[in-house]
Ligand binder design. Structure first.
Ligand SMILES: [Zn+2]
Length: 366
């Protein structure tokens, strides 16, 4: 499904124009930072996204039942909240809203056959059973409708999870690659089949009228001015194609994809490039990884360990002054020692590991 009509790259931002504005008459497209939404797509919180969709479903059905301006605003806000969280979920919103629109309030199965037929047999049976219940229990219809569409969201999210498996593992592999490679060179770390996939990617490029300036990361029909600027864009994209385009453009722009030391999930540091922890509160954790990381680093620190380190260094230096033949060896040791000290200070190695290194070193046996 070509959910995006065109993608423009502007510095560290991507702009997308939707192929269809059926789900919102004035909403043309969105602008979002390179890499960041992609990272969210491969590590999204399912519980949170389900809540966002639950709000979207409720507000949209309320709007269909009663087309007031306030109801439209509530629906619009719920829709924008999902795109702001992750633009790659836009296709799910699109499929969901178009299906609800076609089905509500008659709830005749024939109205949503396109949607149902895209799933496997068991899923279809469960979904249609839920569907027929709505017809029977007229008094609880609203509640039943919400349940039905929440089930539809779960099906769509399962489908989404399957579709992102490959790019998810590519990004993880690249985050585990040695830090020496930069930019597109990091693709060399992938196994040969995946590398070929990237080398063979072909995006249809065309010249078209640019989307102009975004307002709160959105483009609306009413924003259009007479002044049109022409820009290169890639055209007619599926969600998956846009993800690959986003990823290779992010690498090209040298975005530092890395693994978070706490949740072991890829992230792009928003602040300091050498951050070891991401800024997310991941499922199963109470705090943001950055907070947990700072606490671990603190716990790992032992009072006096740096003083012990400098005392050991002094002992080795004294030995060198007595035996100048050891000088070259000591210079090498000093470079390693500096790296170990930095690693300890950044929480990359524990205090025990650090101490073991500078005490158990060959130097102590001389
Ligand atoms: Zn993390």
């Amino acid at each position: 499904m070509h959910i995006f009509d065109a993608i423009y790259k502007k510095g560290n931002m991507l702009q997308c124009k939707f192929s269809d504005n059926f789900i919102h008459p004035n909403y043309l497209g969105a602008e979002f930072p390179l890499g960041q939404h992609l990272i969210t797509a491969i590590s999204y919180s399912k519980e949170y996204v389900k809540e966002l969709y639950s709000d979207l479903i409720k507000s949209y059905i309320s709007y269909l039942d009663n087309e007031t301006e306030n109801n439209f605003k509530a629906y619009e806000q719920a829709l924008f909240k999902i795109d702001d969280y992750c633009i790659y979920l836009h296709e799910i919103s699109y499929k969901l809203i178009t299906t609800i629109k076609a089905t509500h309030p008659r709830y005749s199965l024939s109205d949503c056959m396109d949607f149902i037929n895209s799933f496997d047999k068991n899923t279809i049976t469960n979904f249609t059973n839920q569907f027929t219940r709505i017809k029977k229990e007229v008094s609880v219809q609203f509640k039943e409708c919400i349940l039905l569409w929440n089930t539809a969201v779960e099906l769509l999210l399962d489908e989404f999870d399957l579709s992102i498996n490959m790019i998810k593992s590519d990004i993880s592999d690249i985050c585990n690659s040695p830090a020496t490679a930069t930019g597109l060179d990091r693709l060399a770390w992938l196994d040969v089949n995946r590398r070929i996939h990237f080398f063979d990617m072909d995006f249809p490029v065309r010249l078209s009228v640019d989307l102009g300036e975004a307002v709160d990361s959105k483009f609306f029909v009413s924003q259009k001015t007479d002044e049109e600027s022409i820009a290169y864009s890639i055209s007619l994209c599926t969600t998956e194609q846009m993800m690959y385009y986003d990823f290779s453009s992010s690498l090209e722009n040298n975005l530092p994809f890395k693994m978070c030391k706490n949740c072991n999930t890829p992230f792009i540091p928003k602040g300091r490039v050498d951050s070891l922890y991401c800024d997310r509160t991941m499922p199963g954790f109470k705090d943001k990884c950055s907070v947990i990381g700072a606490l671990n680093t603190y716990k790992n620190k032992q009072p006096g360990i740096e003083a012990d380190f400098y005392a050991a260094r002094k002992r080795y230096a004294t030995r060198v002054s007595r035996n100048p033949l050891l000088k070259t060896e000591f210079e090498v040791w000093k470079i390693n020692a500096k790296e170990k000290l930095t690693a300890y200070r950044n929480g990359e190695i524990s205090a025990d590991e650090f101490k073991k290194w500078f005490m158990d070193d060959e130097w102590s046996k001389i």
